[in-house]
Design a protein around this ligand. Sequence first.
Ligand code: MG
Ligand code: FE
Length: 164
Amino acid sequence: MNIIWHGVRDAHAMEEQALTMLRGMLSRLENYPVLCARMEQHVTETERQAEALKKLLEGRDSGASLVKDTLGKATALGQALSGMFADDEVIKGVMASYTFEQMEVAAYKVLISTAAVLEDTTAMAIFEQNLTEEQDMADWLFDHLDQTTRIFLARDEAGLPARR
Ligand code: MG
Ligand code: FE
């Protein structure tokens, strides 16, 4: 198996992990409608990313079984972050989310370089679109960290359920 397919397989596992963490966090965002809407958008994007990577793997000799083998397997960083995602404090979830997006950005950057060396334009197009979506999500989370923190603090001040 070519080295790029190990990378694609890992990226697919990463996206599956992202979906689990995003969906878990979404269930606790009822008091953060702006953040909730953006994360719902990213769930849709992530579903498409995972599907595109799966198709890429299935289209090659690596086969779908390799995708199946890695389903549910988490990256070490993802595992470290999953506790923060699961935390009731929305702010911790946003910090974990931002960190995870940056890991995704780096993963696709590496895959883009790999695809360039192998002159694989099909794979390149998928990695580039995914990279753009991860970067946009990371930027959005960063740009809204002030707003999200202020909502959190205002709710705490008002004696509303502090941890949400
Ligand atoms: Mg992703
Ligand atoms: Fe992402």
